[in-house]
Design a protein around this ligand. Sequence first.
Ligand code: BGN
Length: 288
Amino acid sequence: MRQMRLRRLILLQVACALGLTAYLNLVKTSVERKTLQKAVRTDGNVGFGGKWSPPGRNLSSTSEKVAILVPFRDREEHLDIFLRHMHPFLQRQGIDYVIYVIEQHGGEPMFCKGLLYNVGYTEALKDDPTYDCFILHDVDLLPEDDRNLYTCSKSPLHLSVAIDKFDYNLPYTDLFGGVSAITKSHYRLLNGYSNLFCGWGGEDDDMSLRLKRHMLEISRPEKDVARYKMLPHNHTKENPQRYILLRHWLARAMTDGLKSLHTAGYNVTSTSHRELYTHILVNISKRG
Ligand code: BGN
């Protein structure tokens, strides 16, 4: 009884000192902060670096290990939404995964998505050589249906078949951009992406031609399953070189890619294990 009275007295004194509204706000913010922290933690206990394995998985388990590669620059608000959506989504599917965000540092040159995928692939395998499957993922695409499984199959998979922006229709059959899934060995066989596409467009069409050259057919899940929402953004700067690059795709296919990565003019500035993802910061030197 005495203790309760004492506590009430202290609360009253604090309330007077801070002003009642400020005090109530303080309590409310602290509760909200705690709830948010709990929400992230209980979203399946994501390990540092954005790692998660299905419960019960042990060293003798044979399930596929998946690296989710997300090239990124200057879209903090998208990344936040993306991570909060993807962790619960992947965990509901029981995928053994790690999310890698490969960030291009600075404003120049334009965004080199293919090169960032190649760096992501190489760095992820340095981190853990046992990855079997790579998901290549735009940061602004959110899968809508849990039946759209983030695993690899015998053929390279194009997963973002039906995007709201395109009225849930596939724009053209050879499209491989947006979200796709490819095995480690296929990615290597194809020599990865071209390192030369910087700015919007064409790097995925170049990859699609590489698939054709190796007679690898693109597989797709059903349209009513492979549905995506695209987060709104301003159009990124187009790559004016993409037509000429694509015209000479065959001459480059054997050399330009993973095999020429060491001369592609980049360096990894840092790798850090953040709370919800592994962050790889890449500095790309000016082109041309
Ligand atoms: C295409 C782009 C792709 C892009 C899709 C969907 C080009 C090359 C032109 C010859 N291709 O037009 O990169 O993924 O649209 O947005 O721009």
